[in-house]
Ligand binder design. Structure first.
Ligand SMILES: Nc1ncnc2c1ncn2[C@@H]1O[C@H](COP(=O)(O)OP(=O)(O)OP(=O)(O)O)[C@@H](O)[C@H]1O
Length: 251
């Protein structure tokens, strides 16, 4: 579904990604871990099409298409979804409006009719129940005044309603209390499907106890230095990142 080859990305004067390779197949969940400032957020932001980054080399192919050549809204319509590390507040735009507009844009792109009001409401209610969110959140401004954890739940609610093909989650676990972590993980797990891929950035192995990844990658210094199964995350928890950096430098 997603194939990244030799991706090089700059922001300002800084070369952040320095030849990153990664392949994620449909049905798989991959975790990206790595030290602060290594380029994890940059990777998912560039895949989602955020402005401010310059791709200086390499490719990213999504379902056979050149992802980097697509406008951000085109990527979203084609099923790419990014749950932000720091979800933005959009005062004046209520949550239910955003969800409906997003869903209708995707349906229109697929040549489907707009969602029926009744069908939409029952879909949203079902997903809010899954995320253990009170319905009063629907009529509030998007993330406006939400607590940190509520914003993260709201990101997963959006994802559950929009049903993306490629979900990118940037530190969705940060700032969540223990119960909320379980709720968010349940929400993500409910979206695991053979035709969907999930790429999640996290610092903590504990998220991976709830959402079991197929692959774990260590991004350090702008490259994937090591990949493995979930046992790699346990090893990182014990040993940190230095041994990986040293191993790469020696190679
Ligand atoms: N616009 C920019 N101009 C200059 N440097 C930038 C810019 N954007 C990001 N960077 C730098 O690029 C590096 C990678 O940032 P990024 O946010 O991708 O790291 P990260 O791996 O997600 O870190 P963390 O784990 O702390 O969230 C950082 O050193 C950051 O300061």
């Amino acid at each position: 579904m997603l194939k990244i080859e030799n991706l090089q990305v700059k922001a300002g004067d800084k070369q952040i990604l320095k030849g990153l390779n990664l392949e994620v197949k449909a049905g798989e969940v991959h975790a990206i871990m790595g030290p602060n400032g290594s380029g994890k957020s940059t990777l998912v932001q560039v895949l989602a099409g955020r402005e401010g980054y310059e791709v200086t080399g390499g490719t990213a192919t999504y379902n056979g298409k050149d992802l980097l050549a697509m406008a951000p809204e085109e990527r979203a319509r084609e099923g790419v979804f990014l749950a932000f590390q720091y979800p933005v507040e959009i005062p004046g735009v209520n949550n239910v409006y955003l969800l409906k507009a997003g869903l209708n844009a995707i349906r229109k792109h697929r040549g489907e009719a707009e969602v029926d009001a009744f069908e939409f409401l029952s879909l949203v209610r079902e997903k809010m129940k899954l995320m253990q969110m009170d319905e009063s959140f629907l009529n509030r401004g998007v993330n406006e005044g939400f607590s940190g954890g509520e914003k993260k739940r709201n990101e997963i609610l959006q994802m559950a309603v929009l049903e993306p093909a490629l979900a990118l989650l940037d530190e969705t676990d940060s700032g969540l209390d223990i119960d909320a972590l379980r709720v968010v993980a349940n929400g993500v797990n409910s979206l695991r499907r053979q035709d969907r891929a999930i790429l999640m950035v996290t610092h903590y192995q504990r998220l991976l106890d709830y959402i079991e990844p197929d692959r774990v990658h260590v991004l350090s210094g702008g490259q994937i230095l090591k990949s493995g199964d979930k046992s790699l995350a346990l090893e990182l928890e014990k040993r940190g990142y230095d041994w990986i950096r040293q191993g790469a430098a020696a190679a």
